[in-house]
Design a protein around this ligand. Sequence first.
Ligand code: MG
Length: 259
Amino acid sequence: MCATCGCEGDGVAVITVGYQDHDHPHEHGPEHEHPHEHAVTTLTLEQKVLAKNDELAAANRVRLRQRGILALNMTSSPGAGKTTLIERTIRELESVPVAVIEGDQATMLDARRIEATGCKVVQVNTGAGCHLDADMIRRALDALETVPGSLLFVENVGNLVCPALFDLGEAGKVVIVSVTEGTDKPLKYPHMFAAAELVLINKTDLLPYVDFDLGRCVDYARSVNPDVTILPVSATSGDGLAHWYDWLTSRLTAGISMS
Ligand code: MG
C-alpha cells in the first residue's frame, strides 16, 4: 500500500520520522534493524492514511450527491486510452453536461486536451504520488464549477494498484483495459477489477494485430467480479461506444442512488 511504497507523501515522511524517533534505551552499534517495530508503525500509519481518506471521501460523496453530480472514477494502466475515451465521450454525449478532474503525476497535457472540447476541467498533479486521493478531489471540486445534474469524470493516475484502495467519494469505478495489454490483467490486479462497476476493454480495433484473447479476459474479469458489466469498445474507431453511452445514460438516470 502507498504508505509503504513511497507514493503517499505524508505517510512516507511520517514513517521515516517514526522509525528514526523510536526510543533507544539500549546500547547497540550503528548497524541494526527493528523490523517488528517498523512493521507495526507502518501498519498503523496505513490505517490512519486510509481512515482519513475515507472520512474525506464520505464528505465528497455527500457534496456530490447534494449537487446531483454523478462522479465516475476512471482507472487503468498508463496508456489504456482513458483521456481519448473521455474526449470522445464529451463530444458525442452532447445532451449531458460534463466536467473532468484530470490526475497525472506531472504536466497539464491531458487537461489541455479536455479543455479543447469546451469542457470544464481541473488538472491535479500528484508529484511522486501514484493515485488521486479524496483531499485532492475536495480541492479540485473547490476549483471546479460543476453544473447540477452533470457527469463528472475523474481520470485517475494510470495505475491499477493504489487507486483501488483510495475512495474519492465517487459514485462508481470504471476500469479500462486495452487489448495491447495482457489478457490476464484482471487476475494480476484483482482488487481494482473487483471494485469496478464497469470494465471497458478498449482499442478493439487493434485486435487483429495483437495477441489478446477477448473471451478469456472477460472470463478473468468475471472470475474476480461476477456481476461486473463488460463492454468491448474502441475510443478511436467508435466501435462499441453506443453501448458505453447507453450505460452512462442509464447510470445517470439511476442517479447517485447506487453510490
Ligand atoms: Mg490521461
